[in-house]
Each structure stands twice: as structure tokens, then as C-alpha cells.
Write a protein that binds this ligand. Structure first.
Ligand code: NFS
Length: 660
């Protein structure tokens, strides 16, 4: 392998590791070698039957090209988008389903190592589901909540329960355009059915089915996952931790938890703190045990326990290449099989723990919630036993950054009025006055085809400079954290004066780490609360708010973009459009969806244009709502009501309860 190969990560710690081991192959090298198929790349290939694969190319392909069955280019491209959405919905939804079954097992006494940690949240969700909770045993309420949410996955008729949280006007739009979702299982199956050969041949109709499917994810699977994770493990509150590949230590046993479902990871968090385990680690010559997270499992344990994050998607191989990882434990999703090959070059043991994810060469432990702690101990013990096997190979970096994470929607509401007067009024007022120009959800993956994490970093700094409040999730949070942007001090320093003033007054940083990708559902809840608060738009659509996934990779990202679009949020994704070949499909996802739902899903490869487009959506929404015109630099000189230092003093006195 060339010693002068290009390193395309904007994260210095990952770059340093890869530069020090030029012969070790990573996803960046494979991205260089693997040129995308130019026809599939723009959505012009159909592989849905064996008369093909059909390539719908050539001059005027949009109107003249046809597959063997007669499917046109817009139909082929729409089917491709719809199936990506179904794949992403299935992934997030199955995650939510697993959490719901864990809650049921806890309620029925079959998972003794877990319990309901946040009873307030349980009651809040019970209230939304019209389940009586006053004067009842916690586990009885938990059983009813779990049962009702499990039913939602396979709801054949009607609509998923949590849809009722959306503003009325948003719900009316869904009814009007026929996209009120039934259960996720039904919607995913219908998309697969509708897009098989010889079915729906109308691009708009196919894409509407995809939107309905995506809503079953956003307001169903993902929202259920977020709610139940809060119920079982606690609703996050701001907490300090660290980020970057420099979190791993030479002296300690290092264990990574990677993936998305936090159940086993929660147990590992407990076990690494057990005095007997620490004593056992010392017998092997280690100072102690150090736990780090990766991708969305990282976000879950970071938000609740302050476990440091090693980074997002593209950091999987570099983490192992530190040579310091004694056990690399994965659950579901975004786990690249290549980690096993990298691990073979070192002493690292890779544990797969979900029966849905098997990787040849990894050690499999089939996660069983009734034996959760026992299995966590098995993994931690194996890591400790592996500590003396470390070789001297590997590149050790030490740079790391502090991060503040844990901004649940409940906490953001609480910060704006305390337990009894929690509201979104201060934020709505600040937006209406033009102190805060708008809100951007910065989300999604870090992609090895681009300067990985670099577009997140660019947009994060430029947006806050332009007085735009950022809520971040998924690997975008890891990108911001690994760049040192998730501390109030750093972010406030770079924020525009109006945003800075508001953040200091409320006591929040300008970039709020909201959690994992399933926690994008928290953004839906926040947007709904802002609409209900009044003073801006009375529905989610029309808010000065935009979603951006500048380095997206997965089908899950597409499913998220679609549920935001259907809920009324314009979303800008990086890279060329995966359906660029069909102007009609691009038009439906931008203009038609905007007209119907005030949302959109657009693709733009140029980061500067992404920024300009986001600000343009925001400013147009402000103008339509007749809000004060945003003027850069107008605010920022008024008295600060309560600064971050004062807020931290209050925090030190005791972490507040989140009000119902
Ligand atoms: Ni989201 Fe989380 Fe990261 Fe992308 Fe994957 S980890 S669910 S899909 S790669 S942000």
C-alpha cells in the first residue's frame, strides 16, 4: 500500500493513527479502491427482478428509457428511495421493538438486572397512551406501556399511538395526503410489496408510501426506542465526558461498546465499576478498567453516564489500530465487518452480542436480558484476561476534548422555566425577535468518501456564527465532540452575539448533543412543543428549522430525512443525489413535498451551498411567519440574566429533577 496515501479524515487523532500505520487497510482505502457504479450512483439501475438488472440511461432517459417490464426512470428511482426508507425504518424500528421487549421482560420480572429508572418518564408515556398510572405498581404500568407499544409495531389499521404528540395541523396534513402511518411492520411490508416488479408505477404514489413508512419510524419505532431507553436507563441530563480516540489509556484495560442498543452496554457500565473487577484487573498488571463508546451506543452511555466516546462510524478501525483495545463489543447496526480483520493484526477480541449480527472471526455471545449482568461480566473478564496479551504495535494518541452531552427534550424545556414552569417560551421569543435566527438539526454519519467529520465541523462553526442554534445527534455529535465543539465555552466563543446572549441567559451551549440517531425523535418532540407554545408556526412545517445530514451513509439516514420532510422540516443531505438521474423524483422530493408538508429532502455536495441553502430556508420561513428580520450583530449587548458559571453553581448544588 502506498506510503503517501491520502488520509481523508478531518479528525486529527484518527489521521495520526492512520498515518502512523500506512500499511493497515481502512475504510478510507477501500473507498479509494471502490469506485461507485455510475448508473446505480444516480438511481438509474433496477435489480428488482431477473429480466434485468436494467440500466435506464441515455439521452432523454427520463422520458424515454424503460426497463424490460416498461418501468420508467422516475419509477425506478422512486422505488430505490422507497426501499432505502423501508430498510432504514426496519433498522430503527427493530431497535425500538427490542427495547420494548426488554421493558416487558423487566415489568414481568424476567430481567432482574434491569429496572425502571425513570418513573416520571414512564408515567408521562403512560399518560400519552391513555394508560392509568395513579396508585398502581410501577411494573404493572410498565407492562401495560410495553404491551401497548409492542402492539404499535404490527398495528394493521388506524395509526400509531405517539402520532398524537404532533401538532393538530401537522396531523391534518398527513390525513389530507394519505400518509398517516399504521404499524411499522405493515408499512415496511407495503413498501416492499408496492415496489416489487409489476406493482406501483407512479413515482409520486411510491414516494408517498415511503413517507408513510418513514413516519412509522419517526413517530413509532424511533420514538418508542427513545422513550423506553429513558424509562429503563434514565432521561438524560447534561453531563461532562470526553471525546476522541485519545480516550484510551496504556495503563488500563480498554473496552469499547459499539452499535446502537444500550441494554448490554448499560450492564458493562455497571460491571467495570465493580471493586472485584477492578481488583481483578490489577492482578493482571492494569491500573483499572476504561470503557469507551462508539457510534450510537456511545451516545447512549455518554448521555446517561458520562462514558467517553471514541467517535463515529469512520473511527472503528482506527480505534483498534491504537493497539490498546482489549475487547471490542458490538451490538447492532453500523458495525463494519472489517473490524475483525483489523483486530487480527492486534490482540483485540471482537464480541458480537446480537443474534442479528454475526461476523466470522468474532466471538459470539447471544445477548439474553435475563442473564445481562452475567454476560457483561464474561466480556469484562475476557478483556482483563486479554490485557497482558497487548503487543507493542499500534499508535497511541493522547489528544482528547471535554464534551457536555445529555440534552433531552425534557431538560431543554426544564432549562427554560424550571420544574413548574418548563416551557419553550424563551426560545420561541428569541427566535421571533431574531436573536436566534433558527434551529438546525445536524445529524447523520461521517463518510469516508469525504473529508470525514470535516463537513460537520465546517457547518457547526458556520451555523452558530450565523446565530443558528444546533441540535446534534448520532455521529454528527461524535464529530463535533471529537473537534472540541461540545463545550459551552468553545461553542459560545464562536457563536454569533444574539445566539450567545440567549444561550447564556438560558444556560445552554449553542450546540446541544441530543443523543443517538433514534433520538432524532426528540427533535420531533421539541418542534411539536415549540409549535404548541405559540409565536412561531402553529405546526412543525414552516418553522425556521432545517435538518442537515452532510455526510450521510445509511438507509437509516434516508428514513430519518423522510420523516422530517413529512413532518414539515426541509432536510439537506450531502453528496450527489442518489436519484439524480430522475428530475421528476428530485422535483417530488423538493417542490412537491414542500408544497404539501413544508418539508423536503434535497441533496447538495458543496458544503458552502448546504450552508447557504439552510440559511435561505430559515430566512424564508421567518419571512413567511412575519417574524422580525434577522440582522447579523444586532443583539448581544444586553444584560446577561444568568451566565454559564452561575448555572453550573446551581447544578453543583444538586442535579434537578425533570418535571412532568
Ligand atoms: Ni445514525 Fe448511529 Fe453513525 Fe450514521 Fe450509523 S452510528 S444510527 S446511521 S453511521 S449516524
Amino acid at each position: 500500500m502506498a506510503k503517501d496515501k491520502k488520509i481523508r479524515t478531518a479528525q486529527p487523532s484518527a489521521a495520526q493513527i492512520m498515518e502512523s500505520m500506512p500499511d493497515q487497510e481502512t475504510c478510507f482505502d477501500r473507498a479509494d479502491k471502490m469506485k461507485p457504479c455510475p448508473i446505480g450512483h444516480e438511481g438509474a439501475c433496477c435489480k428488482h427482478c431477473y429480466m434485468g438488472p436494467c440500466r435506464l440511461v441515455g439521452k432523454d432517459a427520463e422520458t424515454t428509457a424503460k426497463g424490460v417490464c416498461g418501468a420508467t426512470l422516475p419509477v425506478v428511482a422512486a422505488r430505490y428511495m422507497a426501499r432505502m426508507c423501508a430498510g432504514g425504518t426496519a433498522a430503527h424500528g427493530d431497535h425500538g421493538r427490542d427495547m420494548a421487549f426488554t421493558l416487558l421482560a423487566v415489568a414481568e420480572g424476567h430481567a432482574k438486572d434491569f429496572q425502571v429508572k425513570d418513573v416520571r418518564k414512564l408515567y408521562r408515556v403512560a399518560g400519552d397512551l391513555n394508560i392509568e398510572f395513579e396508585g398502581r405498581q410501577v411494573n404493572d404500568v410498565a407492562r401495560d406501556v410495553a404491551t401497548k407499544l409492542i402492539e404499535d409495531f404490527s398495528r394493521q389499521r388506524g395509526e400509531v399511538n405517539l402520532l398524537s404528540r404532533a401538532p393538530k395541523k401537522t396531523q391534518e396534513r398527513w390525513k389530507k395526503y394519505g400518509i398517516v402511518p399504521r404499524g411499522m411492520d405493515r408499512e415496511v411490508v407495503e413498501v416492499m410489496d408496492r415496489t416489487t416488479m409489476g406493482m406501483d408505477a407512479d413515482a409520486d404514489s411510491i414516494l408517498s408510501a415511503a413517507l408513510r413508512c418513514s413516519l412509522a419510524n419517526g413517530w413509532g419505532g424511533s420514538m418508542i426506542s427513545t422513550d423506553i431507553t429513558d424509562i429503563l436507563f434514565g432521561t438524560p441530563m447534561p453531563i461532562k465526558a470526553e471525546a476522541s480516540l485519545g480516550i484510551f489509556t496504556e495503563e488500563d484495560v480498554n473496552i469499547v461498546v459499539h452499535g446502537h442498543e444500550p441494554s448490554l452496554a448499560e450492564m458493562i457500565v455497571d460491571v467495570v465499576q465493580e471493586p472485584e473487577m477492578i481488583a481483578y484487573a490489577k492482578t493482571k498488571g492494569a491500573r483499572g478498567i476504561n470503557l469507551g463508546g462508539m457510534c450510537c451506543t456511545a451516545n447512549e452511555v455518554l448521555m446517561r453516564h458520562g462514558i467517553p466516546t471514541a467517535g463515529g462510524f469512520t473511527n472503528q478501525e482506527p480505534a483498534i489500530m491504537t493497539g490498546l483495545i482489549d475487547a471490542f463489543t458490538v451490538d447492532v447496526q453500523c458495525i463494519i465487518p472489517a473490524i475483525v480483520e483489523v483486530a487480527k493484526q492486534f490482540h483485540t477480541i471482537v464480541f458480537t452480542t446480537s443474534d442479528k449480527v454475526r461476523i466470522p472471526g468474532a466471538t459470539h455471545i447471544s445477548f439474553d436480558e435475563s442473564k445481562a449482568k452475567e454476560q457483561a461480566r464474561q466480556i469484562v473478564k475476557a478483556a482483563i484476561d486479554n490485557f497482558p496479551n497487548r503487543t507493542k504495535k499500534g499508535s497511541h494518541v493522547t489528544e482528547k476534548f471535554p464534551v457536555i452531552a445529555g440534552f433531552s427534550h425534557e431538560y431543554i424545556e426544564y432549562m427554560q422555566g424550571g420544574r413548574w414552569r418548563a416551557s419553550f417560551r424563551p426560545l420561541n421569543d428569541a427566535i421571533a425577535a431574531g436573536r436566534v435566527r433558527g434551529v438546525v438539526g445536524l445529524a447523520g454519519c461521517d463518510n469516508p468518501r469525504w473529508p470525514s467529520t470535516g463537513i460537520h465541523k465546517y457547518l457547526a462553526t458556520e451555523l452558530i456564527k450565523n446565530d443558528v442554534l444546533i441540535v446534534s445527534t448520532g455521529c454528527s455529535s461524535a464529530a463535533c465532540g471529537g473537534a472540541g465543539y461540545l463545550t459551552p465555552e468553545m461553542a459560545l466563543e464562536n457563536a454569533g452575539p444574539g445566539l450567545r446572549e440567549v444561550c447564556e441567559a438560558i444556560g445552554i451551549p449553542p450546540i446541544l448533543h441530543l443523543g443517538a440517531c433514534v433520538d432524532n425523535s426528540r427533535i420531533l418532540t421539541i418542534a411539536s412543543a415549540m409549535a404548541k407554545e405559540g409565536g412561531l408556526s402553529d405546526e412543525i412545517g414552516g418553522m425556521p428549522a432545517v435538518g442537515i445530514a452532510p455526510e450521510w451513509i445509511t438507509e437509516k439516514a434516508i428514513a430519518i430525512g423522510m420523516y422530517f420532510a413529512a413532518s414539515g422540516v426541509p432536510c439537506i443531505f450531502g453528496g450527489e443525489s442518489p436519484v439524480k438521474a430522475s428530475k421528476e423524483v428530485v422535483r417530488i422530493m423538493t417542490d412537491v413535498w414542500f408544497e404539501r408538508f413544508k418539508g423536503a429532502l434535497v441533496f447538495e455536495p458543496d458544503p458552502e451551498k448546504i450552508l447557504a441553502m439552510a440559511l435561505d430556508y430559515i430566512d424564508k420561513a421567518r419571512a413567511n411567519l412575519k417574524l422580525k428580520k434577522y440582522e447579523p450583530g444586532k443583539f448581544g449587548t444586553e444584560k446577561v440574566l444568568m451566565d454559564m458559571a452561575a448555572r453550573r453553581e446551581i447544578e453543583k448544588a444538586g442535579r434537578p429533577h425533570i418535571g412532568l
